[in-house]
Design a protein around this ligand. Structure first.
Ligand SMILES: C[S@@+](CC[C@H](N)C(=O)[O-])C[C@H]1O[C@@H](n2cnc3c(N)ncnc32)[C@H](O)[C@@H]1O
Length: 266
């Protein structure tokens, strides 16, 4: 498969992603497995798998999972996470969404029971991807578009507003992108699922509360910045010192996370 890496998820950004980016708690994976009718015999494809946040918990409750990602550094760390977890039923493939047509040439059609895209669809050619998944996923199977909460600097709480202000001052530009979590994007994804033949569409959501330390919050922010804007050396100390000041004396930051699952079945 050919792949052109994005400009974002490599080097230290990938390391921060593996270490600090939140995964999906069991309650989310339960809901996803129920929506997709997954069981111990299922085979799942996870596109834009990153360092395995969704791939690994899915692999733990299915026969096999295939994680595809365009960034070699993310896949290297996914591979390591699988080894650490003792997951022997995952295959990692370097490739982009548009390469999935070539994958079908090797595996054949209808070989997956479900495909998932976790927090990655906004990087992809959505109608094309769903058409390719319609060949790979067996009739009756499903595709799930998963978003893992809103960007942490766009929440309606004081610490998030302070974080956003700090990041906008640092980057010198407004931060407005909602990374596929907004209603317009979701509507577009729904329409594209239907057009590709995944016409039985339902939306589910799982809400839970998370408590982040300052180190977790900073690490998570670094996992979302481009390597060019990631502060290094002394600049990192200044960045963190100013963020600490902007956030005030709190030592933990409460986040109400709403994971949304848009699921289409054929
Ligand atoms: C925000 S991360 C999501 C990782 C993981 N799925 C999760 O839920 O945390 C987005 C991932 O999509 C990958 N990606 C971006 N564009 C892609 C493309 N066109 N094809 C495949 N993967 C892509 C990136 O390399 C990155 O690992």
């Amino acid at each position: 498969m050919t792949a052109t890496p994005t400009s974002t998820f490599h080097g230290p950004v990938a390391e921060h992603y593996a270490r600090f980016r939140r995964g999906y708690p069991p309650v989310v994976v339960d809901e996803l497995a129920a929506a997709l009718d997954l069981d111990a015999g299922s085979r799942v494809l996870d596109v834009g798998c990153g360092t395995g946040q969704l791939t690994l918990p899915l692999a733990a409750r299915t026969r096999a999972a295939l994680g595809v990602d365009v960034e070699p550094d993310m896949l290297r760390l996914a591979h390591r996470a699988a080894a650490d977890a003792g997951a022997g039923n995952v295959t990692w493939v370097l490739g982009a969404d548009r390469d999935l047509g070539a994958l079908a040439a090797f595996t054949g059609e209808d070989v997956f029971d479900a495909a998932t895209i976790g927090q990655a669809l906004h990087w992809m050619d959505v109608p094309d991807l769903f058409r390719r998944l319609a060949l790979l996923v067996r009739p009756g199977g499903g595709v799930a578009v998963v978003t893992n909460g809103e960007p942490q600097w766009l929440l309606d709480v004081a610490w998030s507003r302070a974080l956003r202000g700090h990041l906008e001052r640092w980057l010198g530009r407004p931060l407005t992108a909602r990374c596929g979590t907004d209603a317009d994007s979701r509507r577009g994804y729904r329409d594209a699922l239907v057009a590709a033949g995944f016409a039985r569409v339902e939306e589910r959501a799982v809400a839970y509360r998370d408590e982040l330390t300052f180190a977790q919050l900073v690490g998570s922010v670094y996992s979302a910045m481009s390597p060019d804007s990631l502060p290094t050396g002394e600049a990192r100390e200044t960045f963190e010192h100013r963020l600490r000041e902007a956030l005030g004396p709190a030592t933990t930051f409460t986040e109400d996370v709403r994971v949304s699952l848009l699921v289409g079945r054929s």
